[in-house]
Design a protein around this ligand. Structure first.
Ligand code: ADP
Ligand code: ADP
Length: 221
């Protein structure tokens, strides 16, 4: 479903990615691990088309992503790709429900359908009683779960996480990790998660270890 071929990226003279090839199948939960500075975030941003490589191609859902014109790419990304970051980036003046709806409205779908779907997702993530709370009234774990619901609103083919549990205590981190599997089970989503959390890396279907801009190991469990 996602295929990266020959991905290279340099910042000045620093070769951050040195030719990465990988494939991810629908429904996989993949962790990406490696030392700080190994190139994990850069890789994730390129896989998710937030950044462009110097060389190489990304094919997602049958599209050669970097061949799309920039307006097409924006709508393709809105529909096909979800992102969750270490810090939730929820809009503070909007409620949890509104935050989840916004990418749906941007995607141009019917407002009632978006709101209905957003409620279902928040319920699935254990936030049915928190729909009208603003982010400041939610706990850290609840904020991250809201960010996950937001990433799922357009039913993307793939969801990327850049240390999504990095700012949570271990209890909330474990809850969040379990939710990825619950969502995969109920909705069939694919997750690719950069993590320093060893427990999560051990739970994932597959772990890609990045070292020095290359895939050092690609271990299926
Ligand atoms: P990781 O996520 O594994 O910690 P990153 O992909 O964030 O690694 O960074 C890999 C290397 O690239 C690091 O040395 C980092 O400082 C450098 N780097 C990342 N982004 C930029 C950038 N925008 N400009 C210059 N150097 C960068
Ligand atoms: P992470 O913790 O996810 O690896 P970093 O803290 O390395 O992220 O980087 C945060 C942001 O700063 C990223 O957008 C990255 O591209 C940018 N960045 C990282 N290193 C550098 C650098 N040496 N020069 C410029 N930008 C950088």
């Amino acid at each position: 479903m996602l295929k990266a071929t020959g991905i290279k990226k340099k910042y000045g003279n620093l070769e951050v990615l040195k030719g990465i090839d990988l494939e991810i199948a629908k429904g996989e939960v993949v962790s990406i691990v490696g030392a700080s500075g190994a190139g994990k975030s850069t890789l994730l941003h390129i896989l998710g088309s937030l950044d462009t490589p110097d060389e190489g191609t990304i094919e997602l859902s049958g599209k050669d992503v970097f061949k799309l014109a920039s307006t097409q790419l924006a709508s393709f990304r809105n529909k096909e790709i979800g992102f969750v970051f270490q810090f939730h980036n929820l809009l503070p003046e909007f409620t949890a429900l509104e935050n989840v709806c916004i990418p749906g409205y941007i995607g141009g779908r019917n407002d009632d359908d978006v709101a209905k779907r957003a409620k279902e997702l928040l319920q699935l993530l254990g936030l049915g009683a928190r729909l009208d709370h603003k982010p400041s009234a939610l706990s850290g774990g609840e904020q991250q779960r809201t960010a996950i619901a937001r990433a799922l609103i357009n039913s993307p083919s793939i969801v990327f996480g850049d240390e999504p549990s990095g700012n949570l205590d271990s209890k909330n981190a474990n809850e969040l990790h379990n939710l990825f599997f619950k969502i995969r089970e109920e909705l069939g989503h694919t997750f690719v998660i950069v993590t320093h959390n060893e427990e999560f890396a051990a739970m994932a279907d597959r772990t890609l270890e990045i070292q020095d801009g290359m895939v050092l190991t690609d271990a299926e469990k």
